[in-house]
Write a protein that binds this ligand. Sequence first.
Ligand code: SF4
Ligand code: MG
Length: 312
Amino acid sequence: MFRRRRTLHAVNGVSLDIRKGEVLAIVGESGCGKSTLARMLLGLLPPSAGAITLEGRNIRDLGHKTVARRVQPVFQDPYSSLNPRRTIASIVALPLEVHGVGTAEERRRKVLDILDRVGLPQRFADRYPRELSGGQRQRVAIARALVMNPEIVICDEPTSALDVSVQSQILNLLMDLQKELGLTYVFISHNLAVVEHIATRVAVMYLGRVVELADTDSLFRNPRHPYTQALLASVLTPEPGLGLPDTHLGVAFPDPLNPPPGCSFHPRCPRRFEPCDKVTPALLRDAGGENAVACHLYPPSPANASLPKTKN
Ligand code: SF4
Ligand code: MG
């Protein structure tokens, strides 16, 4: 549905389609551009080049209101994302008010319905965020995202600020709602166990680029990009990412705004070879045309004829 083309600062040459009804996970270390990409998909941040399209139309031309009707976010932090001076009902009803949906009474009914759907008692409608637990607040944020019947929900680390005991409840709720309502999710996460559990496809980002895009099974069984391999290998260490080789003179993560030349993973890559520090590998489809990888270890296949060019 979306297609991101060409270049911009924190997110470079990202080209990916989001398919209706899927859960597309975007993974990578912090600073890789995941959240920047999320903000662009929401129309909150304009790309400096290229375009984000929704069913073929540039979201800049669709206008903020149309995009907001169809694409809604659930952010990481349910504490800062809810206005403390508003009741739960007025927080959830706000998108309806902004878009002029229904009468006050109809909006109230819609809000009570959606609270029900996300597993909150209707009596919470007249409470304030401070009276709710973290998990309950995230349910409110989910209710607010769904009240407009969006097609796409951008979940940016939706459970990482929550207690571990609550995380799986919220994940299960998100997955139930996705099936029930036929939603499409872009699910941003650094938690690979969660991603393996819920995603249809996975895009792995490194320094603002998608370096591998694959269906979840292929990605976890047969990771092809050396960065994906390193990420998966580090998943068993207590701090994911620390298992990566670091030849960057103590700087574990290069500056995303000033990435190394060529393949930006080359300073940390155990398999780098001659062209890697000079030539940027494009994201190329495999022979089946479904999965893609940006690495010189994998020569182009005929499936790439129709791909948009990745700019350096
Ligand atoms: Fe490693 Fe080269 Fe592939 Fe980059 S292009 S991941 S440096 S082998
Ligand atoms: Mg982030």
